[in-house]
Design a protein. Structure first.
Length: 291
C-alpha cells in the first residue's frame, strides 16, 4: 500500500513540475498533425489540377507530408524540453531516410490505375472511386450503392478507367433498309453530330458503312466529346438521330423474313403452296415447321 502511495506521489510531482510543458507539447502535436493533413489534402488537389497527367504527384505529396510531420514532432519535442540541436539532427536523418524510401521504393510498390473521382470498372463492377485505402477501394455505383472492393482483387483483374483521358468517343449505329438513299442517310447522321456544340471538331465526326447485313445496311457515326458530358451527349444524339431520320423520311430496318412459295415445285400443290389445310386431311410440311 505504501509503495502505491509513493508512486502516486511521484506521478503528482512530475505532473506539477512538467504538466504545462506536456500539455503544450501534446497540443502542438495534435494541432500540427491536423494542419499537416489539411495542407496535404489541398496540395494534392492543386497538383492534380496543375499536373493532371503527371505520375509523380503522389510521391511529391507524400514526401512533403513526411517533412511536415517531422517538423511538427520536432517542435513538440523541443517544447517539452528536448535539445533542439539533437532533435534537429535526429529528425533530419529520419526525414532523409523516409524521403529516400519513398523515392526509391515507389516503382516497386503496386499502385492503383485510378484516383478518387474517376469512373472505373473494376472487378466487373462499375462505379465512381470515392476513396482508396491500403486494403480496399470504395466505389459508389450509379444507383447509389457503396462497394468496398479488396485491392488484391482489383490488381488481379482488368480495370477500365473512363476518366484517364479528357475525352471519349460516342458510337451511333443505325440500320436502314436497302431501298433507302445511303448517301443521304450518311449526310443526315453526320449533320446531327456536327450541329451539336458538345461534339469536338478535332477529330471531326465521321460516318462509316459498317456492314451489309441480310436485311439492312448498317451505318455508324463516330464523334468525340468531353468526358464530363459523354452520357448526356450520347443520349441526346440518339434522340436527335431518330427525330431527324423520321423528318427526312429515312426508314429504319427491322428484322424480317420473306417467304416465297413455288406452286410448280416438284411435289407441290396449290394447297401446299398457299399453306391452307389439305382437304384430304394431309399436313403441309410448311405447317409442321411453324407448329
Amino acid at each position: 500500500m505504501n509503495n502505491e502511495l509513493n508512486r502516486l506521489e511521484r506521478i503528482g510531482e512530475t505532473l506539477s513540475q512538467h504538466g504545462t510543458e506536456m500539455a503544450l507539447a501534446l497540443g502542438i502535436l495534435i494541432l500540427g498533425l491536423l494542419v499537416a493533413r489539411w495542407i496535404d489534402k489541398g496540395l494534392r488537389i492543386l497538383l492534380h489540377r496543375l499536373l493532371p497527367a503527371s505520375k509523380n504527384v503522389t510521391a511529391i505529396c507524400n514526401a512533403v507530408y513526411i517533412i511536415m510531420v517531422i517538423m511538427v514532432v520536432m517542435v513538440a519535442a523541443v517544447q517539452y524540453g528536448a535539445n533542439p540541436a539533437n532533435m534537429l539532427k535526429l529528425l533530419t536523418i529520419l526525414a532523409l531516410v523516409g524521403v529516400g524510401l519513398i523515392i526509391f521504393l515507389r516503382p516497386f510498390i503496386p499502385a492503383m490505375p485510378f484516383k478518387a473521382g474517376n469512373m472505373v470498372r473494376a472487378a466487373n463492377l462499375l462505379g465512381k472511386v470515392e476513396a482508396v485505402t491500403f486494403l480496399n477501394t470504395r466505389l459508389r455505383t450509379v444507383d447509389g450503392k457503396t462497394l468496398f472492393i479488396p485491392n488484391r482483387k482489383i490488381l488481379d483483374d482488368v480495370v477500365i478507367n473512363y476518366h484517364f483521358y479528357g475525352s471519349r468517343r460516342i458510337k451511333i449505329d443505325v440500320n436502314i433498309r436497302y431501298d433507302q438513299d445511303l448517301l443521304h442517310a450518311k449526310q443526315t447522321l453526320e449533320a446531327v453530330m456536327v450541329e451539336d456544340p458538345r461534339v469536338k471538331t478535332k477529330p471531326a465526326p465521321v460516318v462509316y458503312v459498317l456492314n451489309l447485313a441480310s436485311n439492312c445496311v448498317e451505318i455508324g457515326g463516330r464523334c468525340w466529346v468531353d468526358k464530363k458530358s459523354f452520357w448526356v451527349a450520347r443520349c441526346d444524339l440518339m434522340e436527335k438521330t431518330k427525330l431527324r431520320f423520321d423528318h427526312e423520311g429515312i426508314r429504319f430496318a427491322f428484322p424480317q423474313l420473306d417467304l416465297h412459295l413455288d406452286p410448280d415445285e416438284k411435289g407441290g400443290n396449290a394447297a401446299g403452296a398457299t399453306g391452307l389445310p389439305d382437304p384430304h386431311g394431309r399436313c403441309d410440311p410448311l405447317d409442321e415447321e411453324f407448329i
